[in-house]
Write a protein that binds this ligand. Structure first.
Ligand SMILES: C[S@@+](CC[C@H](N)C(=O)[O-])C[C@H]1O[C@@H](n2cnc3c(N)ncnc32)[C@H](O)[C@@H]1O
Length: 328
């Protein structure tokens, strides 16, 4: 369980929280440590409460969360026109839930990039179990510095992962480098909307709690994504916040309105129960010291996501699609 040893767990939690108590620059310069610590600490919680795809989704009335998540993945595969014979890269692939689903529906061969060793270990395990090893593989790498040669990929995508990057233009340039001319790059970004008021203390607190609860150095505005894609030399084809198109709010699964047994760990009551269970397990030394603190900041992050979503200050689904320009 978890990517951190029992002895190091508490100090890892403290270093992580210290980075969030300081300035943005500390988080952007030490982003690899920040993100890795976050996912070492939280991956088991994610798999328990959410599943193998670590992202939100637009949702139709009566649609199960797992179906909505798969449909969100299919939307991207369709938009990028992925098909068999293509070599595709998934940047920040988690434990590979989206990669396996997208490979299954499109037939494309996908390489998942992830800087977190524990998630890659989990990802290989799931990939073997689901017998998807012929189409899906993992490479442990920082997506800011890909080990691939120029013009390797026919398409690239990223799902709720580029928000962890310390410098979006640097990341988008690196992706452009590895794409073949004319190839497309798309994804879903976590963003502040125009309703976010940087002088409003409540808004600032929501942003801070989302950052700490989700391992983010800083959150950008939607318009900045458009600018940064262009600055990286990509041609922007489409950008759209999909949150307003969702029949059921994307944050519904965190509010407790989903009354199924499976959804229980995600609900406010379920999160309190999990939190109390971690306290008891810590006391009995069944869980390492610091586990409750992780549960606390994940819960504060979840509450802030709901508040940000309800007030429409924040979206986890700013969809973008861009193309590497063909040389004349
Ligand atoms: C919210 S998770 C999303 C995972 C996956 N896309 C999904 O939807 O299931 C973000 C992922 O980005 C990865 N990540 C963050 N920063 C990274 C970096 N600099 N290089 C590679 N992967 C990174 C994390 O390890 C994590 O797997």
């Amino acid at each position: 369980m978890s990517g951190v040893s029992k002895d190091e767990f508490k100090s890892t939690v403290e270093t992580y929280r210290g980075l969030h108590a300081g300035e943005v620059t500390a988080r952007t310069t030490r982003y690899a440590e920040l993100v890795n610590q976050y996912y070492d600490l939280s991956t088991d919680f994610y798999e328990f409460g959410w599943g193998k795809s670590f992202h939100f989704a637009t949702r139709r009335h009566g649609e199960k969360l797992s179906d909505a998540i798969a449909r969100h993945e299919h939307f991207l595969a369709d938009a990028l026109k992925l098909h068999s014979g293509m070599k595709v890269v998934d940047l920040g692939c988690g434990v590979g839930g989206p990669m396996r689903e997208i490979a299954r529906v499109s037939g494309a061969e996908i390489v998942g990039i992830n800087n977190n060793a524990y998630q890659i270990e989990r990802g290989w395990k799931h990939t073997r179990t689901e017998r998807m090893g012929d189409l899906c593989s993992f490479v442990k790498s920082d997506f800011m510095e890909l080990p691939h040669q120029d013009e390797t990929f026919d398409a690239a995508y990223t799902i709720e992962a580029s928000c962890h990057a310390p410098d979006r233009v640097g990341l988008f340039r690196e992706i452009a480098r590895t794409l073949k001319p004319g190839a497309v790059f798309g994804g879903y970004e976590w963003c502040l909307t125009d309703r976010y008021d940087e002088n409003n203390a409540r808004h600032q607190q929501i942003k801070k709690d989302i950052e700490e609860g989700n391992g983010l150095p800083d959150i950008a505005y939607t318009w900045q994504i458009d600018e940064w894609l262009k600055e990286a030399g990509l041609e922007v084809i489409r950008t759209q916040d999909l949150a307003p198109t969702s029949e059921v709010p994307w944050f519904e699964a965190l509010t407790g309105r989903d009354r199924t047994l499976k959804s229980f760990p995600r609900t406010p009551i379920g999160r309190v129960v999990t939190n109390n269970a971690t306290k008891i397990m810590e006391k009995l030394r069944l869980a390492p010291k610091g586990t409750t603190q992780v549960s606390d900041f994940l819960n504060a992050g979840a509450d802030a996501l709901v508040a940000g979503g309800q007030q429409e200050l924040f979206t986890p689904m700013y969809f973008f699609m861009a193309r590497k320009v063909q040389p004349n």
